[in-house]
Design a protein around this ligand. Sequence first.
Ligand code: NAP
Length: 289
Amino acid sequence: MKAGMIGLGAMGAGMAGNLAKAGFLAAIYNRTMEKAETLAKELNVAVFDRIEALAAEVDVVLLCVSADGDVLAVVEAIAQTIKPGSIVVDMSTVSSDTARHAAAILAEKRVSFLDAPVSGGVEGAKNGTLAMMVGGDEDALEKVRPILQAMSARIIHMGITGSGQAAKAVNQVMCAGINQAVTEALAFAQAQQLPMEKLIDAVSGGAAGNWFLQHRGNTMTNNKFAPGFKLALHHKDLKICRAMAEKAQIPLPLTDMTIGDYERLITAGYGDEDISALYRLKKQLFDNS
Ligand code: NAP
């Protein structure tokens, strides 16, 4: 099976590297062409300047782009040329509605679609250790599982189309709470003038230990907020979660609070920083301590 990858951003570049290493990657495309050209040389794969041209050449198209409108635009382009019987796997984080819409566009071409959002950050993408939540046809998943295993340590079939994205929404609500707790607690620690590296090391080994603390604790407390996961992207995800909750008439207070905090940071020009930039606001809470 020949695979093509569309979207070579913070996540997609690492994913492409692992697909190439496992021998699956035949072709890549990126909207900003220079990124694709550089990576194509490094990975020794073909580079295309049009999505339609890539889609005609491979059996499996994988994509990891930014938001709902981007996924649908890419899927429309793929649908122009893709061969019947092919499989499209979307690893972006978007709404379940978008997943269903994309699946319907491709079903008309007799192409299967899997929504397969991931968790594990840029480190997981680079190391091939992502957790993947998949919605869609189980037979299609089994066909592409060896390809997905090149990028993921865990691949879980959640159910029908859209259920992968629904599972990812749960993950993002959890990440909002973890971000709130870790940034606030570390600002509290700094206000007490504790030795931060030692504190993070100690707490990481106990019941409060978690991925975000381990991977972002030392950078945020040194005022480094390079992405990682862009704050503007998590904001986009949380708005999806809020819309889902509103539909089900369920309140999501922690999500609402985090959306508000992110909007303040985006307005201040920090939208392209890592989500750990929430620490900037938490530090202000202790300014007078
Ligand atoms: P990113 O670094 O901003 O990269 C986005 C990629 O999508 C770039 O390659 C961009 O092309 C491409 N793109 C955007 N709109 C496009 C369009 N309309 N047509 C074609 N290509 C388009 O973002 P990322 O961090 O890799 O995240 C990608 C997706 O994964 C998002 O849905 C995000 O929520 C999700 N995600 C991210 C993380 C994380 O830790 N970063 C973790 C899990 C899931 P250009 O290079 O031309 O801009």
